[in-house]
Design a protein around this ligand. Structure first.
Ligand SMILES: *Cc1c(COP(=O)(O)O)cnc(C)c1O
Length: 424
């Protein structure tokens, strides 16, 4: 391998990582994750008088170690399945700080959550209300619920990651009265405590305007609920969706600015209408772990198609990073053993799956690459490992964490026996 400047990730050499753990490997920077947790937490203290809580949206990256870090930083989590809940509980995550989302939670999942005293369940369909009530009766518990609503805001993001508009499988419409009807239904059940309302308008959002607009709509809905049912909504959950930097032109919002603005608006609407300021809940996922991750691959070779394109093959692809295939997501990359050389060659990065669409970036400027080089892809901490698959029976990669020059394995590479494990 030619060496012209070796990439270091929090003072750990990428060459060392590749030799020790093999490729592909996802490298998570623990200090960055912790810093993000603190940013979110502190901004509630600073601008919202500490009356709120940050819940890491664990679908972005879920494994035991991330739950340990999040727990240590004093954040809660949101989960969308029994599998995520099971993983969190396996490291002793405080269950009162867990919110259970999902548009189609199974009865088994609800039972497991209720047996374990889940903190909040977010109602996202009519059918689950009576199931929750029956389970609550059976276990003699009062279950705290939040209702997911659609504020009807267009968040200017990719169609598949936009969720706040009326045509979405998530939530109930405010403008078409669906949400009010569901609240009527929830209030009939004595062992369900209606705590608050939730929305999540989409993901990878760069402008703070849609968030502010959403906060206003949600506050007016709280006033509406008060008028119609004479109840005070204690909790306002505004979801996640804050964008991160994947490529140079991405310009994520300043989160503190956002928190400052929405705090002002919520405080003002509360004061003007004589209602108690709601407890606020935030659910960042991508922005906690996304920029903390870097994936390292080994370059297999090049296929130059004259006047068309140069394919550069790597030993991973859509199995560890399906985001290009899903959303044409863009990434910044570098040849990790040639950092000091100029990026002057155009490549399309091809994965190893038997699928023409298996690429992780088109027309990427990189250093002149050859077999055996390290390709480092940045900002892969969110929605990569958590979306990884076994397509073509390729084992899922390992995940390590680095911190102040030290490395630690946090998820083992899948073995071929793991792949056979469920075959009969
Ligand atoms: C996906 C999701 C989040 C997190 O979104 P990010 O864009 O990763 O911040 C938060 N809340 C809910 C309900 C979600 O579905």
């Amino acid at each position: 391998m030619k060496k012209n400047g070796i990439l270091k990730i929090d003072n750990v050499s990428s060459e060392y990582i590749v030799e020790k753990y093999g490729t592909p490997v996802i490298v998570m920077e623990e200090n960055k994750i912790r810093k993000n947790c603190q940013l979110y937490k502190n901004s509630i203290d600073e601008f919202y008088e500490g009356k709120g809580m940050v819940y890491y949206a664990s679908k972005a990256f879920s494994c035991k170690e991330i739950y340990r870090i999040i727990m240590d930083e004093g954040l809660g989590i949101d989960i969308v399945s029994k599998g995520e809940l099971y993983t969190a509980l396996s490291v002793g995550f405080p269950v009162e700080n867990i919110i259970f989302h999902g548009n189609n939670k199974s009865e088994e999942e609800l039972r497991y959550a209720i047996e374990n005293n889940i903190g909040r369940i977010v109602i996202d369909n009519v059918e689950e209300i009576s199931i929750i009530s029956d389970l609550a009766k059976k276990y003699s518990k009062i279950i705290n619920v939040i209702l997911r609503v659609k504020p009807g805001v267009d968040a200017h993001t990719h169609d598949f990651i936009k969720t706040g508009q009326i045509d979405s499988k998530f939530g109930f419409g405010i403008e078409n009265q669906e949400a009010i009807e569901i609240i009527k239904c929830i209030l009939k059940y004595k062992n369900i405590k209606f705590k608050g309302i939730h929305c999540h308008i989409g993901s990878q959002i760069f402008s703070i305007d849609p968030f502010i607009h959403t906060a206003e709509i949600m506050m007016h809905f709280i006033l509406d609920i008060k008028k119609q049912f004479d109840i005070d909504i204690e909790e306002l959950n505004l979801g996640g969706g804050y964008g991160i930097k994947y490529i140079n032109s991405d310009d994520p919002p300043d989160y503190r600015e956002y928190m400052k603005e929405i705090s002002k608006i919520i405080f003002k609407i509360s004061k003007d209408n004589g209602i108690k300021v709601p407890y606020i809940m935030m659910e960042p996922g991508r922005s906690i772990v996304g920029e903390s991750g870097t994936t390292l691959y080994t370059v297999g070779g090049e296929k130059c198609i004259k006047n068309i394109r140069n394919y550069l093959s790597i030993d991973g692809g859509m199995i560890d990073n399906p985001r290009y295939i899903l959303y044409q997501a863009e990434y910044d990359m570098i040849i990790g053993n040639k950092c000091d050389l100029k990026k002057d060659k155009l490549y399309t990065i091809a994965g190893k799956c038997c699928e023409s669409g298996d690429i992780i970036g088109k027309n990427i400027l990189l250093q002149d690459a050859e077999k055996g080089d390290i390709l480092a892809v940045f900002s892969t901490g969110a929605y990569n490992y958590s979306m990884a698959s076994n397509y073509n029976r390729i084992p899922r990669p390992s995940v390590i964490s680095v911190k102040d020059g030290k490395d630690k394995l946090i998820v083992k590479r899948e073995s071929y026996d793991d792949i056979l494990k469920n075959d009969i």
